[in-house]
Design a protein around this ligand. Structure first.
Ligand code: CDM
Ligand code: ATP
Length: 305
């Protein structure tokens, strides 16, 4: 049976500005995404009927409890395969196998990443030869973060997050991800954001110039100071205990710390790889998170391996 495999990184938001809720329920964003080398893999195998199935295996030593991932049509990888098949009139099925390292419901776009990887793997398996633009259009129908997971690197995100354009960034940045025991619902965090702004709607968001300057210079210290996330307050409101991660990050002289996307993962910026190892050890030793995972970025978007 023929097989193709795509690898896909996790995403973080170096800044995440959130505007007032739109009529369609989404929020306008001004964000800078970065892809980091904490990667899922999606393997697509030919089948001799038209079924689309998925199974998930968790990477790692199995010590961290993981929220279940949908096993049927709700799985974003399955939705991606079905959307590609529909768009190109393919009549084949596929068996998808996900190897998951990106935390589930951790604010690092794990499901969106699998969708992007499934698009790339199925495109190759079925020989649909979709143009980049066509894949991006399908990606946007699957979730706001999915187009960036195809793109990778460091990029600006506008619209509801689906409008992606490259941004100048030099150097590599070293992160530690403090992963929580239980995930947070993205929709719930946005709803909490609306509650916090019930009396005064937020302005239209902009990307801070200081962040772009730090990225263009490859300046990790400047980046640490410029990190920002409008979803941090609602995420901390729902999970006040995350505050302890920030205290430990400061104790360990981190360059900065921020809730990742809609949380509850907290991303901690280190000076270099050895500092990130120290920070990971400290975070684990103090027991403020369920796991501490090191990764660096930027990393390429979903690609065949
Ligand atoms: C928090 C982020 O990860 C930051 O990049 C994204 O904004 C979330 O992206 P995502 O998980 O791909 O989100 P989607 O699957 O498109 O939407 C999930 C839910 O999040 C909320 N949502 C998402 C994106 C957006 N710009 N505004 C929103 O209000 C909506 O309630 C939506 O129903
Ligand atoms: N392949 C998949 N992997 C993980 N979650 C999936 C997948 N397919 C569907 N889901 C569902 O998607 C939802 C969000 O999971 P995900 O891990 O993408 O959250 P997240 O990382 O917080 O997302 P984001 O950062 O994009 O807001 C969960 O309800 C999960 O059950």
């Amino acid at each position: 049976m023929r097989t193709t495999t795509a690898r896909v990184p996790a995403k973080i938001n170096l800044c995440l500005g959130v505007g007032p809720r739109r009529d369609d329920g989404y929020h306008p964003l001004a964000t800078v995404y970065q892809a980091v080398d904490l990667c899922d893999e999606v393997r697509a195998t030919e089948v001799d009927d038209d079924t689309v199935t998925v199974r998930t295996q968790f990477a790692g030593d199995g010590t961290r409890e993981q929220a279940p991932v949908p096993t049927g049509p709700d799985n974003l990888a399955v939705r991606a395969a079905l959307a590609l098949r529909e768009a190109f009139g393919v009549d084949a099925g596929v068996s998808l196998a996900i190897r998951k390292a990106i935390p589930v419901m951790g604010g690092m776009a794990g499901g969106s990443a699998d969708a992007a990887a499934a698009l790339v793997a199925c495109d190759a398996l079925w020989g649909t030869q979709a143009k980049r633009r066509e894949l991006e259009e399908i990606a946007a129908t699957l979730g706001s973060d999915v187009p960036f997971l195809l793109h990778g690197g460091t990029a600006l995100g506008g619209g509801r997050g689906e409008e992606v354009s490259p941004v100048l960034a030099r150097g590599r940045f070293h992160w530690v991800f403090a992963i929580a025991d239980h995930g947070l619902s993205t929709a719930q965090v946005y709803a909490e954001y609306d509650v916090l702004h019930a009396d005064s709607p937020p302005p239209m968001p902009e990307v801070p110039q200081a962040l772009l300057t730090a990225l263009a210079a490859g300046d990790a210290t400047g980046l640490g100071r410029a990190l920002s996330n409008d979803l941090q307050a609602p995420a901390l409101g729902l999970r006040p205990e995350l505050q302890r991660v920030f205290e430990v990050a400061e104790e360990g002289d981190a360059l900065g710390a921020l809730v990742s996307g809609s949380g509850p993962t907290v991303m901690v910026l280190a000076e270099d790889a050895s500092h990130s190892e120290e920070l990971a050890r400290l975070l684990l030793a103090t027991g403020v998170c369920a796991d501490a995972v090191q990764a660096s970025g930027p990393e390429a978007g979903a690609h065949l391996i």
